[in-house]
Design a protein around this ligand. Structure first.
Ligand SMILES: NC(=O)c1ccc[n+]([C@@H]2O[C@H](COP(=O)([O-])OP(=O)(O)OC[C@H]3O[C@@H](n4cnc5c(N)ncnc54)[C@H](O)[C@@H]3O)[C@@H](O)[C@H]2O)c1
Length: 293
C-alpha cells in the first residue's frame, strides 16, 4: 500500500517539523492539535519556515504554495481517520500516548499504519494500546525536522516486516537517512546522547565550569556544532526531564538520572528556547544570554 495521506498528532516543536517535512515531500498532511490557538501557532511557524526558504532561494514561491496547499490543521481527531499513516508527536507521557492511540485505533481502518516519535518510551507498550501492534513502528525524527537528515525507524518484536520496510522506504521519501533500530529505550541516538547532556548539567551543578565555558569547551574542543546546554535548550528541558526519568526507570543507572537542577528548572517553567528561558535567556532570540543559576 502506498502512503498518500499522512496524519500528524501534535504540532509543537516536533509535530510541526514532521508535518512540514511530509507536506514538502508531496504527502497530503493533516496535523491535529488540542486547541485552535495551538494549531494556528504551529501552522504559522511552518509558514514562516517556508517563507524563509523562498527568501534564501531554496524553493520557489510556486513550490511554497503547493506545500502549504497540502497541509491542513485541525483540532478534530476524526479528520485523521482516512490517513494511510499517522505519526504521533505529543507530550512524552505514556498514558497520554496510549489514550490517543486507542482512540485512533477505534477511528481508523485496520490498514492504517501507526508510528510514534517518542524519544524514550517503549514502542511495544504504546502499540499494545491498539489492536494492531503488527502495524506499529517508531519513527524518531530529530529537531529541527526539516533540516536534520536522520530518522530512526524502530521495530518491535510484533512489527510486520512488510510494514517495517515500508516505513524505512517512507523515511527515504522524506529525504532522510533511515537507520534501523530495535525497540530498546532511547534507541541509538538517545542511548548515547542523553547521558552526555545530563553530565553537562551535573558539571554545571558541581561548578566545573560556567554555562558558556561548558558550551564553548564542547564546541571548540570537540567540534560539536553547539554546546550541550544550548542543545538542551533546543530539545526542551521538560522533554529531556521526561526522557531521563523513563531511561532511568528502564536501566537504573545513574548516567540516566535527572540532575536536581534540571527538575528545578522544569518546575519553574524554564523549558528552554520554546518557553523563552532555559540555560539561556531568549528575550532577544538572536542574542541569547546565559542565565545566573
Ligand atoms: N524535542 C525534541 O528534540 C524531540 C526529538 C525527537 C523526538 N521528540 C519527541 O516528540 C514528542 C513531542 O515533543 P516536542 O518536543 O514536539 O514537544 P512539544 O511540547 O513542543 O509539543 C507537544 C505538543 O503536543 C500537543 N498535544 C498534547 N496532547 C495532544 C493530543 N492528544 N492531540 C494533539 N496534540 C497534543 C501539545 O499541545 C503540544 O503542542 C515527544 O514524544 C518527544 O519525546 C522530541
Amino acid at each position: 500500500m502506498a502512503i498518500q495521506k499522512v496524519g500528524v498528532v501534535g504540532c509543537g516543536l516536533m509535530g510541526s517539523g514532521i508535518a512540514q517535512t511530509c507536506a514538502a515531500a508531496g504527502f497530503t498532511t493533516v496535523v491535529r492539535e488540542v486547541s485552535p490557538a495551538i494549531v494556528e501557532k504551529g501552522i504559522a511557524g511552518i509558514e514562516k519556515n517556508l517563507a524563509r526558504l523562498v527568501e534564501k532561494g531554496t524553493i520557489t514561491s510556486a513550490v511554497q504554495s503547493e506545500i502549504r496547499g497540502r497541509l491542513h490543521g485541525t483540532t478534530v481527531l476524526e479528520d485523521l481517520k482516512d490517513c494511510d499513516l499517522i505519526v504521533e508527536a505529543i507530550i512524552e507521557q505514556l498514558p497520554a500516548k496510549r489514550e490517543l492511540f486507542s482512540e485512533l485505533d477505534r477511528l481508523c481502518p485496520a490498514s492504517t499504519i501507526f508510528a510514534s516519535n517518542t524519544s524514550s518510551l517503549t514502542i511495544t507498550e504504546i502499540a499494545t494500546s491498539t489492536k494492531r501492534p503488527q502495524r506499529f513502528v517508531g519513527l524518531h525524527f530529530f529537531n529541527p525536522v526539516p533540516v536534520m537528515k536522520l530518522v530512526e525507524v524502530v521495530r518491535t518484536i510484533a512489527t510486520d516486516t512488510d510494514v517495517y520496510e515500508e516505513m524505512v522506504a517512507f523515511g527515504a521519501k522524506l529525504g532522510k537517512t533511515a537507520v534501523r533500530a530495535h525497540d530498546s529505550t532511547g534507541f541509538i541516538v538517545n542511548r548515547l546522547l542523553v547521558p552526555y547532556l545530563l553530565d553537562a548539567i551535573r558539571a554545571l551543578e558541581e561548578g566545573v565550569g560556567s554555562i558558556e565555558d561548558i558550551d564553548n569547551s564542547m564546541k571548540l574542543g570537540c567540534g560539536h556544532p553547539m554546546g550541550p546546554l544550548t542543545l538542551l535548550d533546543f530539545v526542551g528541558l521538560d522533554t529531556t526531564y521526561y526522557i531521563s526519568q523513563i531511561m532511568f526507570e528502564e536501566f537504573h543507572e545513574r548516567r540516566f538520572a535527572s540532575p536536581p537542577l534540571l527538575k528545578r528548572m522544569v518546575l519553574a517553567g524554564w523549558n528552554g528556547r520554546k518557553s523563552g528561558r532555559g540555560f539561556y535567556d531568549y528575550s532577544d532570540p538572536k542574542n541569547p544570554k546565559a542565565n545566573q543559576l
